[in-house]
Design a protein around this ligand. Structure first.
Ligand code: M6R
Length: 366
């Protein structure tokens, strides 16, 4: 059932062009530039009445939520508060009637996410869940559901579920942006044009797996890794670090690039590779100057950049390029090589990537 792949994780990584397509397919109307989400549970009028937006999730799904904040704030122009399930439920949150409460969960059974959704519902919020497992508890208890439709995920490290959660968040942001009148028909069409190109771009990146394997071979014995990103790719730095620690047991930390000088720089030396995500956006120059400081401390720099970029190629020890896409779409394209990097490093270290120690696929206890 691994379709010829040595591990479920690698099979699931390679399924992503298809699974991302499955998340968006048949769910939009191009003519009106709108997302068509029949199970979303709220009428356009109810969406228009939404006060604040919350997103609550755990682990990798929480990282998707952090990306969702950027997407929603940009496309819906409404502030979004993102919380970890176990933090939200124990602090008497200031949630109000008519707030939109979005939960994200692959399994739909994560105890803390479920408890948070119940609390939000009891306080009068409208709960919409982005879930993979059809008929799961979270899906049943929510007012509306947006299934990711990426099929069963067997590897304990979440991969295809994450990119489908991101794809679902684009659809949700598009829907909200349109029904709340922030996005025009033309804006909606532009977003759809960009979204439908994603599967082919993901496939293109996957086709360059050998480059990632070569990078993994150079650095797999290092004891610590730092992952840096900014803006919408800061959560992807967190996700890259989580993937690496989960399956290779290497100590890895994700940081907002601008925070480096506020502490983590003290750790940097020649044995700590620094992985940096640097799309060509308005923060690019700032990231380059962060990396000059990393280089001054002789740490190896592994840079993930957009095609056509020149400067980091000169500073970095290893470079991987992704297609140059709209900045809001770059998180999915940066995620793919980070998944492959974690996978190959773990395999080179002889670890069991599908069944990492101490971890369960679904965390149904608090
Ligand atoms: O099923 P969920 O999406 O609610 O699970 C949340 C986390 O337990 C999960 O993402 C976990 O962090 C994974 N092991 C990440 O690879």
């Amino acid at each position: 059932e691994k379709s010829g792949y040595p591990h479920f994780m690698l099979k699931e990584i390679h399924e992503q062009p298809q699974t991302i397509l499955d998340t968006i397919r048949g769910r939009y109307s191009y003519e009106s530039g709108e997302a068509d989400l029949p199970d979303i549970g709220l009428t356009p009028k109810q969406f228009a009445e939404v006060g604040r937006i919350w997103i609550v999730a755990c682990g990798t799904s929480w990282h998707a939520g952090l990306v969702g904040k950027y997407l929603l704030e940009e496309m819906v122009r409404t502030p979004v508060q993102v919380d970890i399930g176990s933090e939200f439920r124990y602090r008497d949150p200031l949630i109000e009637k008519n707030d939109l409460f979005i939960t994200i969960s692959q399994s739909g059974e994560t105890a803390d996410t479920l408890a948070a959704a119940r609390e939000a519902k009891q306080k009068g919020a409208r709960v919409v869940s982005i879930v993979n497992v059809v008929g799961s508890t979270l899906a049943r208890e929510s007012d509306g559901v947006l299934y990711t439709h990426c099929g069963p995920e067997i590897g304990v490290a979440s991969t295809k579920a994450f990119t489908s959660q991101l794809a679902a968040l684009y659809m949700l942001a598009l829907h909200l942006g349109r029904v709340r009148g922030v996005l025009t028909v033309a804006d909606g069409k532009s977003w759809l044009d960009r979204l439908v190109t994603l599967p082919a771009l993901v496939k293109h990146v996957l086709g360059r797996e050998a480059e990632i394997l070569a990078i993994a071979k150079r650095y797999y014995k290092k004891p610590d890794f730092l992952f840096l990103g900014r803006g919408i790719n800061y959560p992807i730095a967190l996700e890259g670090a989580l993937k690496l620690k989960e399956i290779s047991y290497i100590h890895a930390e994700g940081y907002a690039a601008g925070e480096m000088k506020h502490g983590p720089i003290a750790l940097i030396d020649k044995d700590m590779p620094v992985v940096v995500l640097a799309p060509r956006d308005r923060l690019y120059e700032k990231t380059v100057s962060n990396l000059m400081e990393v280089k001054a401390r002789r740490a190896p720099v592994i840079a993930f950049v957009a095609e056509g970029e020149r400067e980091l190629g000169k500073i970095a020890d290893a470079v991987f390029t992704i297609p140059d896409v709209h900045p809001l779409l770059s998180p999915i394209l940066f995620t793919i090589p980070l998944q492959l990097l974690a996978y190959h490093i773990a395999v080179l270290r002889g670890e069991d990537v599908d069944q990492p120690r101490n971890l369960a696929k679904s965390v149904t206890v608090e």
